[in-house]
Design a protein around this ligand. Structure first.
Ligand code: HEM
Length: 337
């Protein structure tokens, strides 16, 4: 087990050579402090301040997934959409106000993101137990991990200590989140912009082994793309009408038709048989640089599971607010007064 957050490792101090100018020393110390303050702590961060925090999140997620298995997928996606916009700072949870437009109404999120009520319920319980202690951003990160576990996927240790933003950005949500029509280069760029590698991108895309997408997001693929299985296309056309703008826009299709609610490597097998639901899914296996990784993940669930877990830890460390930055929101939907 990793050491408690309070027991930080301090390197032994050595006397400095005389000639090092004082200003340089101060500058280096300031730089080191900046780096340290942007670092997350270990998973026992709340052990002293809110001992039941992780258990509370885990049981709330388990209940939510039991009631609605898709909720596991939705909570995982919520964390992704948080981290890609301003970093993992719970900006995605802020409601619009008269003077403020948040991320919920942005293109990739409107009428699509789910799970806000589950996060509200968890936050309410935690506020009763330990007021203003556990951040909404940490709740999102832990709920994502617990969701994957509930759906039968891998588990991992979640570094904690994120704080919550006091701002959100609809325009960054529109620019930084990749869209369903992206090609391989677009996807690689979007992830590289967040410090995530090709392997991280392909491994994380495996999240589409669970959950649903609306017809409007896969229509162009099932009616226009040529790189898809004919029987697969025919069955999708049965539930997703060609005409845009009607009620059919919201028809739900499983992202992984082979095992829609199980967190397994079926997603990668689908790509091999040209059954990726989104254009952006199939882009990972279309003769480009990621074909080999898709094949490897399709044949080795264990390798994908450990790469996915490692990539989740990386994604969950995207520009967190720590130390005295940001705040611990009382209500995840609003900044404190
Ligand atoms: C690679 C680029 C990605 C693109 C272009 C993309 C796009 C999408 C789209 C368009 C949907 C369907 C939304 C709707 O129709 O309402 C979706 C659903 C989903 N995405 Fe992604 N996504 C990407 C990566 C990720 C990552 C990295 C994760 C998590 C680690 C993720 C998790 C999910 C989940 C779980 C769902 C289903 C949600 C539900 O059923 O409520 N996606 N994604």
């Amino acid at each position: 087990m990793s050491p408690p957050a309070s027991r930080k490792h301090h390197p032994r101090s050595r006397p400095l050579p005389r000639r090092v100018p004082v200003l340089l020393v101060l500058a280096l110390a300031a730089a080191a402090a900046t780096v340290a303050s942007a670092q997350l702590s270990s998973e026992d961060y709340y052990d002293a301040s809110c001992p039941a925090a992780l258990l509370t999140i885990r049981s709330a997620v388990a209940t939510a997934v039991l009631l609605d298995r898709r909720m596991g997928a939705s909570l995982l996606r919520l964390h992704f959409h948080d981290c890609f916009v301003q970093g993992c700072d719970a900006s995605v949870l802020l409601d619009d106000t008269a003077g403020f437009t948040g991320e919920k109404g942005a293109g990739p999120n409107a009428g699509s993101l789910r799970g806000f009520n589950v996060i509200d319920n968890i936050k309410m319980l935690l506020e009763l137990m330990c007021p203003q202690t556990v951040s909404c951003a940490d709740i999102l990160a832990v709920a994502a991990r617990d969701s994957v576990e509930q759906l039968g996927g891998p588990s991992w240790t979640v570094p904690l200590g994120r704080r919550d933003a006091t701002t959100a950005s609809a325009s960054l949500a529109n620019s930084d989140l990749p869209g369903p029509t992206a090609n391989l280069n677009g996807l690689l760029n979007a992830f590289a912009n967040k410090g995530l590698s090709t392997t991280d991108m392909v491994a994380l895309s495996g999240a589409h082994t669970v959950g649903r997408a609306q017809c409007k997001n896969c229509r162009a693929r099932i009616y226009n793309d040529t790189d898809l299985d004919a029987a697969f296309a025919a069955s999708l056309r049965g539930s997703c009408p060609a005409r845009a703008g009607g009620a059919g826009d919201g028809a739900l299709e499983p992202l992984d038709g082979s095992s829609p609610d199980d967190f397994d490597n079926g997603y990668f097998g689908n790509l091999l048989s040209r059954r990726g639901l989104l254009h952006s899914d199939q882009a990972l296996f279309g003769g480009g640089a990621t074909d080999g990784l898709v094949r490897a993940y399709a044949s080795d669930a264990g390798r994908w599971g450990s790469d996915f877990a490692a990539a989740m830890v990386k994604m969950a460390s995207t520009s967190p607010l720590t130390g005295t930055d940001g705040e611990i929101r009382v209500n995840c939907r609003r900044v404190n007064n």
